[in-house]
Design a protein around this ligand. Structure first.
Ligand SMILES: O=C(O)CCC(=O)C(=O)O
Length: 337
């Protein structure tokens, strides 16, 4: 891996600003170059397998970025009440059960925030799997036959979110996913695409390279176990790029340093699983146009259903089923641990 590391260190500086020395200073010198261009898919896969994350450049075209932003803008204008609790969901990654979004008001709000594909048919399979980054995800999850859709949502981290600090966490702790362990292959991959401009006044995602492969229940134990290998990378992520991470990787969102205005950030988050990993939770629900798609390989991709989703399909995708079970979906989301 040392030669791979040297090779990787020589690429990608042009794609994203190098992480600040303070963020990467550690004796074992973890990755200085974590960003990969479209022609570097293989290197991105190799890098991810070792470090548990990778930044993929230009995964969304300017036209797609515009489309996704226009969709969010229009939805916020039409339904401001559905978006009003974004600030409260933002810090929830801290892992406190019941805190994340615990003031969501209605199943509609939950649906807009957690499964906007239910409301927006233009979010089709091509867009969900779009961008050059998809082949990297497919490779990491063991090929097209094993890839399954989990979640697609938008997040608006408001300019006023500076007091809603997020804690280091693994997403697994919230989704019934096994954590840590020595298994190198990711069962669940998260993808964060930045939709808004990034600069000194916008939040960044921070990751601990290599932490996906260390068994630790919290960041303190992780620090102790990793010792000199413990490092934090403040990912410098331009708009239109996608940060992939193994959900076992410890990560957080860091707001601009105190004293600097926080201009906020808009992101699109996706999760994918490797078959036969179970659904990540009971709260995800998919629309008929995807779950019952005419193309078998597309159907297969949207087939990792939880019980409520199976009930929705069995009902014939009836609105009445959603109306009846909306509260249950909301509660499944709010009570996840
Ligand atoms: O928004 C971020 O930068 C981090 C998101 C996160 O921690 C999560 O979704 O679990």
């Amino acid at each position: 891996m040392a030669s791979a590391r040297r090779r990787l260190a020589s690429i990608s500086a042009a794609l994203a600003p190098a992480p600040s020395p303070a963020a990467t200073a550690a004796p074992s010198a973890p990755p200085a170059a974590y960003a990969f261009a479209p022609h570097q898919s293989e290197a991105a896969v190799e890098f991810f397998r070792e470090w548990g994350f990778a930044l993929l450049a230009s995964t969304r075209s300017p036209a797609e970025l515009r489309q996704l932003n226009e969709l969010c803008d229009a939805s916020q204008q039409a339904h401001p009440e559905r978006w009003s609790q974004q600030a409260s969901r933002a810090p929830g990654g801290g892992g406190g059960a019941g805190k994340l979004g615990s003031d969501l008001a209605s199943p509609e709000q939950y649906m807009e925030l957690l499964s906007p594909i239910m409301f927006h048919p233009e979010l089709d399979d091509a867009l969900i799997r779009g961008g050059w980054g998809w082949p990297v995800v497919e490779e990491l999850l063991g090929g097209p036959e094993l890839c399954r859709f989990v979640q697609f949502d938008f997040r608006e981290t408001p300019a006023t979110a500076e007091n809603l600090e997020m804690k280091y966490h693994r997403d697994g702790a919230r989704g019934g996913v096994r954590d840590g362990g020595s298994d190198r292959a990711a069962d669940y991959i998260a993808a964060i695409t930045l939709l808004s401009p990034s600069h000194d006044h916008t939040p960044n995602t921070v990751v601990v390279p290599g932490s996906a492969h260390v068994d630790a229940t919290d960041i303190d134990e992780l620090r102790e176990k990793m010792g000199a290998d413990y490092t934090e990378i403040v990912v410098q992520q331009p708009a239109g790029t996608t940060l992939l991470y193994d959900v076992r990787t410890f990560h957080t969102r860091r707001d601009p340093p105190e004293g600097r205005d926080n201009h906020g950030r808009r992101t699109q988050h996706s999760y994918f699983s490797r078959h036969p990993a179970p659904p990540r939770g009971q709260w995800m629900i998919y629309p008929q146009r995807l779950a019952a798609h005419a193309e078998p390989t597309v159907r297969r991709f949207y087939s990792n259903w939880n019980e409520l989703m199976a009930g929705y399909a069995a009902s014939g995708y009836e609105d009445a089923y959603l109306a009846e079970h909306g509260e249950e979906l909301l509660m499944a989301y709010l009570s996840r641990s």
